[in-house]
Write a protein that binds this ligand. Structure first.
Ligand code: NAD
Ligand code: DAU
Length: 332
């Protein structure tokens, strides 16, 4: 693989993957990104121009996608509307980008005979009870709860259908919650870190007992690169790093990093349909492809992330007031 097209490569996880490719491989990367509110040109700015090119365009626009796909060896598809709360306010762009956009990409890779890797989420499996001994596996039935997760579930089904019906050379991965640098401050961890930097209080939905299975974005990247190189066509791999924590625990760790009392937060209006718990069993990826996460210690990864937001205030500051106003209007 010499030339890789990364859709959504100016977003949080996509840009971390582009950094990973530049640091760990020799491939040349084209990023195809519409530059929505969630994107950041700055996340790619430090990368060498002879390795990374940014094309601004919409994955749902076949006239942009088809010629671009045809000059690459593989497509890694991150582009999406990604935030559950936004999908509750207006599902429409989620259907357009996550379902129609994936369809357009699949048609392009089908015509050009190009390898495809589809990035998806553990949310397609719905949620688990807090005391359920089972975790999600590749065999867990799909029961998505939100417009976002339903749109991602739809896109996963399209990929599998294009593999079976048309012989498209594709793999799928479903990953748990990512954290790390360049994550938009609408999301849980950066929202709380930046609230505390501003002298405010973290905002916990409901009782704060919902569990997420945290993985550092670098570990997600190394897993995707492993699947691209060694994954079996048509297969799905779950990506996770055994990082289950409830939201209350995460807020406590953030407050501790700033020397603030553990109870210095607000309970706010809960998310409608809020999934209770996600948990990934990544045995298949580890045993079949030999992948291991490098960030074994969530506390250390979180500390580094706190420091990153402290060091990069000019990146997030312009968005903070508007993000908080949107949440405040919903009592969150
Ligand atoms: P993000 O919102 O930070 O970034 C999404 C990127 O896609 C942005 O740069 C945006 O401009 C781009 N984009 C959106 N619509 C587009 C369109 N129509 N055409 C071209 N580009 C478009 O999202 P993220 O958190 O980095 O998530 C990336 C992918 O990983 C998504 O597919 C998401 O479902 C999946 N995922 C995310 C997580 C997580 O914890 N954030 C976990 C598992 C899977
Ligand atoms: O599981 C993977 C998914 O993780 C990805 O598919 C999504 O793209 C990604 O956004 C993320 O979804 P979540 O809904 O789990 O992430 P979010 O950061 O929005 O919320 C994490 C948890 O924190 C969730 O239980 C809701 C809660 N929360 C969130 C915000 C923004 C709060 O308690 N307070 C908040 O202010």
């Amino acid at each position: 693989m010499q030339r890789i097209l990364v859709t959504g490569g100016a977003g949080f996880i996509g840009s971390n993957f582009v950094h990973y490719l530049v640091a760990h491989t020799d491939v040349r990367v084209t990023v195809l990104d519409k530059l929505t509110y969630a994107a950041s040109r700055e996340s790619l700015a430090a990368l060498p121009a002879d390795r990374v090119e940014l094309v601004v365009g919409d994955i749902a626009d076949a006239s942009v996608v088809e010629p671009l796909v045809a000059r690459h060896d593989a497509v890694v598809h991150y582009a999406a509307e990604s935030h559950n709360d936004n999908s509750l306010n207006d599902p429409s762009p989620f259907i357009q980008t996550n379902i129609v956009g994936t369809f357009v990409l699949l048609e392009a890779v089908r015509k050009a005979g190009v390898r495809f890797h589809h990035i998806s989420t553990d949310e397609v499996y719905g949620d688990l009870e807090l005391d359920d001994p089972q975790r999600f596996t590749e065999a867990t039935p799909y029961t998505p709860s939100s417009p976002y997760s339903a749109s991602k579930a739809g896109s996963d089904h399209l990929v599998r259908a294009w593999v079976r019906s048309f012989g498209v050379q594709a793999t799928v991965s479903n990953c748990s919650n990512n954290y790390g640098p360049w994550q938009h401050i609408e999301k849980f961890i950066p929202r709380q870190i930046t609230n505390v930097i501003d002298g405010g209080r973290p905002k916990l939905y409901g009782a704060g007992l919902n569990v997420r299975d945290w993985i550092h974005a670098d570990d997600h990247s190394s897993a995707v690169w492993t699947i691209l190189q060694k994954g079996r066509i048509g297969e799905t791999y779950l990506i996770g790093a055994d990082g289950e924590k409830n939201n209350l625990e995460v807020v406590g760790m953030i407050l501790e990093a700033f020397g603030r009392p553990a109870d210095d937060f607000d309970h706010v209006t809960d998310r409608a349909g809020h999934d209770l718990r996600y948990a990934i069993d990544s045995s298949k990826l580890r045993e079949e492809l030999g992948w291991q996460p490098a960030f074994g210690d969530f506390a250390e990864g979180l500390q580094r992330t706190v420091q990153w937001y402290r060091d990069n205030e000019p990146w997030w500051r312009p968005h903070k007031r508007a993000v908080e106003a949107t949440y405040a209007a919903k009592g969150q």
